[in-house]
Write a protein that binds this ligand. Sequence first.
Ligand code: PHB
Length: 375
Amino acid sequence: MSYSSLLSPITIGNMRLTNRVIMAPLTRLRSADMPNGTPTIGGLPTDLMAQYYTQRATAGMIITEATDISPTAKGYAGAPAIFDPAQVAKWKTITDSVHQAGGLIGMQLWHTGLVSHYSVQPSGQRPVSASAVDLGDSVRTSLRDASGQVSRHQATPPREATRAEIKDIVDDFAQSARNAVQAGMDFVEIHGAHGYLIHQFLYDSVNQRSDEYGGSLENRMRFLKEILTAVTNAVGCERVGIRISPLGYFNGVKAGSEDDALQIIKLIDSFNLAYLHISEPDWAGGKPLRPEFREQIRQTFNNTIIGSGGYTAEKADGLIRAGMVDAVAFGRSFIANPDLVERFSKNAPLNAPNPATFYGGHEKGYTDYPFLTQS
Ligand code: PHB
């Protein structure tokens, strides 16, 4: 197998990628606490994170782990953030290091909505969502102790966002996009997937609002539309991508229909973004996308499409050749193989990822996976 399509160059937005093997956004929960911040909740990127991303700089491009756009966006202790000048400055050391190694890096912008816990929220308040729905034990998030050990906990039931708050959150997306560019990011990716806040507005299993943000699909898409408008105005559409997970079930938020997904993609297409990133349900135990649905996505979105979710190099190369996707993001294989591109190009065996070290902790299972030259 030579994977010549997967390993060929591509232009995305204004970026020239040397290959189509993209590092997927991966929550690793290893950020440091802010000086004078709430202990154990994190937010500040670290030197270890710089080492981790730099090790993976041969990816066509890196999409960072999901990053909190504001204090109320936080759901997971240990996730990094991009709203404070100290965070921006530290991220700049990471982008400098990745660029020095010849890589491209963009930031995934995250508001977790109801996938959160009062103990990581400002003043211990309830998290915010489209509506005050209690999804019970189907929503769990991560907290961590002083040693960096992570544990899973049932989320705190949310309160309904006021219209003033919705406006503030839209502004937070725009400001965090500016902050990301100031931190040297080559692009930003709006996290519209996996049952987090944008997804919570899109589907009526959580969005039960009676104002202009709820009801019809057009109304439920209004929040996303305002975010797309604000973020593209802030940094330019050529620097913006979005990730959605059309048919998956995540965090208690039910999947919508294929038709709804295509309407959402049509809206996204009208913003002329650099790319559309589809998180396919396969990686989380869902059904694979139907080939006909892939065709419809292709016909609905005019720029680059990135596929992701449990891909092998073979599947990636095949779907690129078939014209269904243009590039593929790899998650778990990038955790375990910093030199994934070289391994694909040499048909070399892959290291296996260790799920016990995915979240929290330190170097182990993070920066110590061997390169080909070491193994
Ligand atoms: C996770 O921590 O499991 C996680 C975080 C963000 C996602 C998906 C999964 O988009």
